[in-house]
Design a protein. Structure first.
Length: 447
């Protein structure tokens, strides 16, 4: 009897031992494969190739620590190319390794990513290209996996946005804390320490981002630019053409931040205005209105000579009373319309100006001088400033050339009229001796 009991007890203990050993072996196998499993699931989740220099798994703390991570986009519909992460920590619960869905949170530091709104995937075409998007019911999605990222914390990042041509937007010191709200919707507030976009530069910047399955929505954008700022909102579609729409408002933005280097020593002032930007595939356009406070223009030296000829003060490098215009931009060409530049009681310039991608200027302008001034010289008023409106007499001016060598067609007509006026006895152009008037005319010819 005792022997039978002993055998039974020994058998039960053996079975228990085998079960424990088997369970322990299974758990150890699951833990051993967890590192590779997490990497593979991450690849599926973001639709990218993931390479990692080192992995350190601490299952009891529920952490997978990685370093030297490189990401290469495999999803043609995603508007990014590649990324690098110096270090990342994946947080999980050990018990979740047995579940069909494994929720995790991810922290990354010292990272950078390259976005390309006009690209349709990585620089090299995939081995099996996606079918034409027009035949598909919706954008392609990364392969499903059991990994579910519920939270993503990113610190000390940088973002490069490659636009058409060689234009780039660089954002530094990027930080955010994003959470999954369910149904594939993420929302977060993004902060950055600096931004560079051509001549535009910003300091502390922030924006609220809501990422949905088919688009990314931006709101509450604010860029601090010197003493001014830019605000706005918009959205970018997560479809192959990556349609984008932005509505921006500038307030007291330094003008030199908005113009090419060739113009920066010739223009000054603080710009306020509205801009809407739309892009699709490889085309983009923008339009809006601007006004410039404390505007100073030093691009039309012939204007000073014109005002001097009729006894008016110079207008270069002095604060103007008004400088407004509508603008449109497409295919690297800028069109200014409804231009209205004023120095009260001295001159007005209205009209339109086109600037092509090579920097060539084509301006169709009207220059107005006070009628009380032009009326003193009949030849000047009849032959050049022949149209009267709003207490000004107006002359047509065709502006051509480049920023460093602007040309106009007003001077020859002006000289003809002034010489005729100066030839009349007792009616010299300005109240000076004949020699002084001649010297002034020669200075105009020297332009």
């Amino acid at each position: 009897m005792n022997r039978t009991v002993l055998i039974l007890v020994a058998t039960v203990l053996l079975v228990v031992f085998l079960l424990v050993a088997g369970a322990g072996g299974f758990i150890w196998w699951k833990i051993s494969s967890l590192k590779q499993d997490l990497v593979q699931q991450l690849e599926k989740k973001i639709g990218a190739q993931v390479q990692v220099s080192s992995l350190d798994l601490d299952p009891w703390a529920g952490e997978l620590r990685a370093a030297g991570i490189s990401l290469t986009n495999d999803n043609p519909t995603a508007p990014w190319q590649k990324g690098d992460i110096s270090q990342a920590t994946v947080h999980f619960r050990l018990l979740d390794i047995f579940s069909s869905t494994m929720p995790v949170s991810v922290e990354v530091g010292s990272w950078n990513v390259v976005l390309s709104p006009y690209a349709s995937g990585p620089s090299e075409a995939p081995a099996n290209p996606m079918p034409d998007a027009s035949t598909q019911p919706g954008p392609a999605s990364p392969a499903p996996g059991r990994l579910r990222v519920d939270k993503l914390v990113a610190q000390d990042g940088s973002v490069e946005i490659d636009l058409s041509g060689d234009r780039k937007i660089l954002v530094h010191g990027v930080n955010f804390d994003a959470e999954n709200n369910g149904a594939g919707v993420w929302s977060t507030d993004v902060q950055a320490t600096s931004l560079e976009a051509g001549t535009l530069s910003a300091d502390a910047s922030s924006v609220h981002v809501r990422a949905e399955p088919n688009e990314i929505v931006f709101s509450g954008l604010r860029l601090a630019c010197d003493q001014g700022f830019v605000t706005g909102e918009g959205q970018v579609a997560l479809t192959p053409d990556h349609r984008a729409h932005l509505a921006l408002k500038a307030t007291q933005l330094p003008l030199e931040m908005l113009v090419a280097a060739a113009w920066q020593m010739k223009l000054a002032g603080l710009v306020s205005g509205d801009l809407t930007y739309d892009s699709q595939a490889d085309s983009a356009s923008a339009k809006g209105q601007i006004s410039i406070d404390h505007a100073k223009f030093n691009v039309l030296p012939w204007l000073d000579k014109v005002t001097s000829l009729v006894g008016l003060p110079e207008v270069s490098n002095v604060d103007l009373d008004q400088a407004t215009a509508d603008f449109s931009w497409k295919d690297q060409s800028l069109h200014l319309t409804n231009v209205d530049v004023r120095k009260n009681d001295v001159m007005r310039v209205t009209g339109s100006i086109d600037l092509d991608p090579a920097g060539n200027v084509d301006g169709k302008l009207k220059l107005g001088l006070p009628s009380t001034v032009t009326g003193k010289w009949p030849a000047l008023q009849d032959q050049v400033f022949s149209f009267q409106q709003d207490d000004y007499n107006w002359a047509d001016v065709h502006l051509t050339g480049t920023p460093d060598h602007l040309q106009e067609d007003l001077t020859p007509r002006l000289l003809t009229a002034t010489l005729q006026e100066g030839a009349k006895d007792g009616n010299l152009l300005i109240d000076q001796a004949t020699k002084q008037a001649t010297d002034l005319i020669k200075s105009v010819l020297g332009n």
